[in-house]
Design a protein around this ligand. Structure first.
Ligand code: 13P
Ligand code: SF4
Length: 347
């Protein structure tokens, strides 16, 4: 039963004390978040992992790429565990290192040494290492703007992996015209672009988030008609059209802050993951909060981490410390940390 599972988790937490640290991403289920020692968006969780030198075990409640980042930013003596190894990210899977290396060669042939690679942290450690090796950096949704500004001080153009939407939305905010952006299709190994390639400033990898792509301009049009007083706030992983038509857009952390400081009685339609929308609604009963897509949009892989998996993983820690342990090899870590550091020292 749920009560029993809760007691099992509590028992391990009490026994382990400071030897155990549980970070939880905002998109995690409530049944998991209630046991998190800290909650945050991907930037905050990366920063907190880097700071925590004392926990022997970090049981990461989030997805695989976040656990990899935690492993790379902590010391060799610290063990990072992902309670369910199937908690991946479909966006991160859209850029494999093999595809990226092949694409890079083709892009170098087209543009020479004028491109800086940047990757959204929602990518594998190998992609982060690739960026680190070629002078580039990681970005998160809360610092993408700052990082793109920096990237343009380094090179004429950039390759932005793997989320075309965050790349396009951020570059557009900085004044890059849509005509100066091209989508790179890693399957056909072609630029989806008509015109003079010399004009291209931002090359967008053709990846997306399957959760945030579900918020549409039709959803926005329907709401504008049914309830004009409703404010629409979306994550920049949503498409450019959706972000343009919304009232506000920003990272998970930004969305939470906006709702927290909003006046009582205000109405919000939110375009982000379902667990977070439901939690905001519960925590702010004085406001009217709905999902921008009435069908709700869960991240299926985030949701793989549930109370049974958390309880079981915690109980393995002492007897079986390699159970669901996430380890990034030394060479990958070396280069990926360069990319992460270039971001962490700027935010
Ligand atoms: P942030 O935590 O940076 O807002 O990213 C959202 C997300 O999709 C995490 O997987
Ligand atoms: Fe990946 Fe999107 Fe899920 Fe985040 S919300 S883990 S980007 S699929």
């Amino acid at each position: 039963s749920e009560d029993e599972l809760k007691k099992r988790v509590q028992a391990v937490k009490e026994k382990m004390g400071k030897r155990l640290f549980i970070p939880g991403h905002h998109y995690q289920k409530d049944e998991v978040i209630q046991f998190a020692d800290t909650t945050g968006d991907s930037l905050q969780l990366a920063q907190q992992s880097a700071l925590n030198q004392e926990a022997e075990f970090i049981v990461f409640c989030g997805v695989h790429f976040m656990a990899e980042t935690a492993d790379m930013l902590t010391t060799k003596d610290q063990t990072v565990i992902l309670p369910d190894l199937r908690a991946g990210c479909s966006m991160a899977d859209m850029a494999t290192i093999h595809q990226t290396e092949r694409s890079w060669e083709k892009l170098q042939a087209l543009f020479g040494d004028t491109i800086l690679p940047l990757t959204y942290v929602n990518s594998t450690a190998a992609i982060k290492a690739f960026c680190g090796k070629y002078g580039g950096a990681t970005v998160t949704s809360s610092n993408a703007r700052k990082m793109l500004e920096w990237a343009f001080t380094q090179k004429e153009r950039m390759l932005f992996l793997p989320d075309q939407h965050l790349g396009r939305n951020t570059a557009y905010d900085l004044g890059v015209a849509l005509e100066e952006m091209a989508v790179w299709n890693p399957d056909t190994e072609q630029l989806e672009y008509e015109g003079d390639v010399e004009k291209i400033k931002v090359i967008l990898w053709k990846g997306h988030c399957s959760v945030h792509e579900k918020f549409t301009v039709e959803n926005i049009a329907a709401l504008r008609e049914s309830d004009p007083a409703m404010k629409i706030i979306v994550h920049p992983e949503c498409s450019h059209e959706v972000v343009q038509k919304a009232d506000y857009n920003g990272s998970t952390h930004y969305i939470i802050q906006m709702i927290e400081k909003a006046a009582s009685g205000t109405k919000w339609a939110i375009g982000t993951e379902m667990n977070l929308v439901n939690r905001l609604r519960k925590n702010h009963p004085d406001q009217e909060i709905i999902s921008l897509n009435p069908n709700m949009c869960p991240c299926l892989t985030m949701n793989r981490i549930d109370l049974p998996h958390l309880a079981y993983a915690l109980e393995q820690l002492e007897q079986n410390p390699t159970y669901h342990k996430i380890t990034v090899n030394e060479e990958t870590t070396h280069y990926a940390v360069k990319a992460l550091q270039r971001m962490l020292e700027r935010v």
